[in-house]
Design a protein around this ligand. Structure first.
Ligand SMILES: *[C@@H]1O[C@H](CO)[C@@H](O)[C@H](O)[C@H]1NC(C)=O
Ligand SMILES: *[C@@H]1O[C@H](CO)[C@@H](O)[C@H](O)[C@H]1NC(C)=O
Ligand SMILES: *[C@@H]1O[C@H](CO)[C@@H](O)[C@H](O)[C@H]1NC(C)=O
Ligand SMILES: *[C@@H]1O[C@H](CO)[C@@H](O)[C@H](O)[C@H]1NC(C)=O
Ligand SMILES: *[C@@H]1O[C@H](CO)[C@@H](O)[C@H](O)[C@H]1NC(C)=O
Length: 367
């Protein structure tokens, strides 16, 4: 445990160093921080098959783009870990990442939400196991226990694109694969809400090698073994990301140091009916301006997602199915049985999930 926590601490400090002047370097539970740029549209889609988007920034290395697969995140050698994040934040809502994950022992494809005070909701795919996804969450960067991760059996994530959706409200967070709920986390179940992710988040997408020989033993083990780069290149593809922001706004401000959703001030709440029908990925040049939005182009899986919430105060999203305890749910396209993670997958994954950016930064620092 100690070494795991040390790794987390190291990761966190490297994040701060690397993040520099960006708002992620400021933890709003510790001091007053700059406001976060909000997604002003209630409904937004970026289609990376059209190329790079000015609404997103690479945080490490580059992605490439093509008209079939969208954004490609490729590892060819030790140290590679291309990663991007949205320039804007979302405050409760629905986020669907249409993704094809990478094969490769030790390779980790990720799609996560993360806030400035290190609330986090994760999808993580290990390249050695195409039919499993790890779901995880963190509240305020709390990594003192490692019981939050759950695995779900899924259809092959490496041979085809699938939709990985989070429906995130102040009451619960639901993970869905192609519209089928694989996990629900209720607010009260996360340490009476204290560990519940509840602050404005940005979307982070990327790939890294947990199996790199420079990683700690526990990390390599968690990642499924040491990565053999001669088997590469290893690529994860993101075709598109579709978002419903339940609280579209120019910006969000932490009103105090609690990290509570009730403390978040929503500034310049915008008018969702002003959303245009454009789904182009390059319609906005500046963070926080009216983002390319497509109400009609949205997204989600019938039956699980409500219409976009337009009221800044009304979180109108539905929360999907609320039964995590059923052994399995299945649909014609995927088998989605819920398997509680075993003891073997405790620490490292939790730490790495929590420190996803930290781990990437660590890699970059070692170069
Ligand atoms: C990313 O790509 C751009 C344009 O292709 C290039 O100018 C830049 O140097 C690349 N950055 C990195 C970190 O590879
Ligand atoms: C962190 O989480 C643990 C386990 O749920 C809990 O016991 C502890 O009180 C939490 N710490 C904080 C500061 O919330
Ligand atoms: C949205 O904006 C339009 C045009 O500016 C305005 O007519 C309408 O009343 C606004 N709706 C809301 C809910 O603010
Ligand atoms: C996945 O998302 C795409 C793009 O939004 C949509 O066209 C498709 O119907 C979705 N598929 C499933 C199975 O939910
Ligand atoms: C979960 O299900 C229980 C029992 O059906 C219900 O009382 C509760 O409101 C649900 N919670 C959410 C967040 O949907």
């Amino acid at each position: 445990m100690r070494s795991v926590q040390t790794l987390a601490a190291v990761g966190a400090s490297l994040v701060s160093m690397a993040a520099g002047q960006t708002s992620t370097s400021c933890n709003p539970t510790e001091k007053t921080c700059p406001s976060d740029a909000g997604l002003t549209a209630s409904s937004y889609t970026v289609d990376f098959r059209e190329g790079a988007s000015s609404d997103w920034s690479m945080t490490y290395q580059n992605a490439t783009y093509d008209a079939t697969n969208g954004a490609a995140f490729t590892i060819t050698a030790s140290g590679d870990a291309p990663t991007m994040q949205s320039d804007f934040y979302v405050f409760f809502g629905e986020v669907t990442v249409r993704m094809k994950t990478s094969a490769g022992t030790g390779i980790v494809s990720t799609a996560i939400l993360e806030s400035d005070d290190l609330d986090e909701v994760d999808w993580e795919f290990l390249g050695g196991t195409a039919t499993n996804v790890q779901t995880n969450y963190f509240g305020k960067g709390n990594t003192t226990t490692y019981d939050r991760e759950q695995d779900a059996a899924i259809a092959d994530s490496q041979s085809d694109f699938h939709n990985y959706t989070l429906i995130w409200t102040e009451a619960s967070c639901t993970w869905l694969v192609d519209g089928v709920s694989v996990r629900v986390l209720n607010y009260a179940d996360a340490l009476d809400g204290q560990n519940y992710p509840q602050t404005p988040m940005r979307v982070k997408l990327g790939i890294w090698a947990g199996g790199d020989s420079t990683e700690p033993e526990g990390t390599i083990e968690w990642a499924g073994g040491e990565t053999d780069y001669s088997q590469g290149p290893f690529t994860a593809y993101i075709q598109s990301v579709s978002i419903v922001n339940y609280n579209p706004a120019e910006s969000y401000t932490y009103g105090d140091l609690t990290g509570s959703y009730e403390s978040i001030e929503i500034n310049g709440a915008s008018n969702s009916s002003a959303s245009s029908a454009s789904s182009a990925s390059t319609t906005t040049a500046t963070t926080g301006s009216a983002a390319s939005a497509s109400k009609t182009g949205a997204i989600f899986v019938s039956g699980t997602a409500s219409a976009a919430g337009s009221s800044p105060t009304g979180y109108t999203g539905t929360t999907g199915s609320n039964s995590t305890v059923t052994g399995s749910t299945s649909s014609s396209s995927s088998t989605s049985s819920i398997v509680t993670a075993g003891a073997a997958s405790w620490g490292p994954s939790a730490v790495l999930a929590s420190g996803a950016l930290g781990a990437l930064t660590l890699v970059s620092m070692l170069l």
